[in-house]
Design a protein around this ligand. Structure first.
Ligand SMILES: [Zn+2]
Length: 172
């Protein structure tokens, strides 16, 4: 076999591997966007007038899904004046990720969380505790400045346990 043939064979194999890897990435990106679309739909169900957040928990292989949005516990009056007042709202509200976790009744090891906003430190702590290993968020816009310290703590914890927090590459 000539050197040219050897290089050709090597290149073909490399190209096959490259295409296979690219296919896996493309397929994952496609499903990431699909699940994020569901999360955005669920977010619209929140009655919060300032921040509507949706979260989707997806099993490996996508065969099971739990969802949540931010809101008061069931049966607790979520009147517009309470929702409009942060001092009244924050002590009552359950975040989208927490509601999705509360809906789940199974081991969530290696599940993925799709959330329309970067999870706060409390929700990240709970996601870690339930075994979530990957969190997908939209491309971050720099809004929600009052949450920046909470987001920093969330990322710090995620780094320590190897949980990935990935931003989608483009805005839906
Ligand atoms: Zn939270």
């Amino acid at each position: 076999m000539s050197m040219a043939d050897a290089v050709g064979i090597w290149n073909d194999e490399l190209e096959d591997q490259y295409l296979a890897a690219e296919y896996v990435i493309m397929r994952r990106e496609k499903w990431d966007h699909r699940y994020m679309e569901i999360a955005h739909t669920v977010a619209k169900w929140s009655k919060d007038p300032s921040t509507q957040v949706g979260a989707i928990l997806v099993a490996p292989g996508g065969r099971q899904i739990f969802w949540g949005y931010n809101g008061f516990p069931a049966g607790v009056l979520d009147a517009p004046d309470l929702l409009a007042d942060r001092e009244q709202k924050y002590p009552r509200v359950i975040h989208a990720e927490a509601n999705a976790l509360l809906m789940s009744n199974t081991d969530l090891s290696d599940w993925v969380c799709y959330c329309t906003l970067m999870p706060c430190s409390n929700c990240t702590a709970m996601l870690i505790q339930k075994g979530i290993t990957r969190v997908v968020v939209p491309k971050l816009t720099g809004k929600h400045d009052h949450w920046q310290e909470s987001f920093r703590v969330a990322r710090h914890m995620a780094d320590q346990v190897g949980m990935k927090i990935e931003e989608l590459t483009h805005v839906i």
